[in-house]
Design a protein around this ligand. Sequence first.
Ligand SMILES: Cc1cc2nc3c(=O)[nH]c(=O)nc-3n(C[C@H](O)[C@H](O)[C@H](O)COP(=O)(O)O)c2cc1C
Length: 207
Amino acid sequence: MNPSERFSMSLGEAIFSLRAIRRVKPDPIPEGDLRDMLLAATRAPSGGNGQPWHFLVIQDAEQRAKFGELYREAWWAKRADQGIHGPDDIDASNHTTQSAMRLADEVGEAPAIVLVCSTEQGAGAMGSVIPAVQNLLLAGRALGIGGTITTLHAVVDERVKTMFEIPSGAQIVYCVPLGYPKGSFGEVTRKPLDEVVSTETWGTPLE
Ligand SMILES: Cc1cc2nc3c(=O)[nH]c(=O)nc-3n(C[C@H](O)[C@H](O)[C@H](O)COP(=O)(O)O)c2cc1C
């Protein structure tokens, strides 16, 4: 089957229900599904069609567990940069951060983790992988597979690169754990349109 025909969910449903999925079942993702998601990712646009991306897929349980430790260290290093030093510093009502903190403990249990890398240094190359990640997640959504975009931290960068033999000229842009959701997909919460859109001049509301 042509992969484009596998993603038959309406674009509207996929876009409007693509929540960040951080809790996933351990069930493996069929190779064909993963392949088609990666194919969708690589159909994304990039500056000058340079396609400066590389997707490193980690499925080996031992590697995922080892990487999970580095991810956890990175997550807490990012919090330390913000003056947060432990769970007690995180407001219980901050559901996003609470959920991200739990992911920091559980990421290695996701059946697949994709390290989205840029093959070149610099902001332009990094920006060129962003549409690809969104395609990856939208394609996953259509197949019932969830995930979330996450970042690492400089403190673990070299160790992650060494672990997966990532060349020094490449950079890890995002880490995307994937799997079948324990919860459900659902409507995303975003600012109303009139807060973020103007017409003709900044601040003039759209009719
Ligand atoms: C650039 C970027 C970086 C992100 N980093 C993280 C992260 O490190 N950890 C995490 O759990 N979620 C991360 N997220 C997911 C966001 O927290 C999530 O998309 C946002 O809270 C909206 O959630 P929703 O889509 O479920 O409504 C990131 C998202 C983006 C786009």
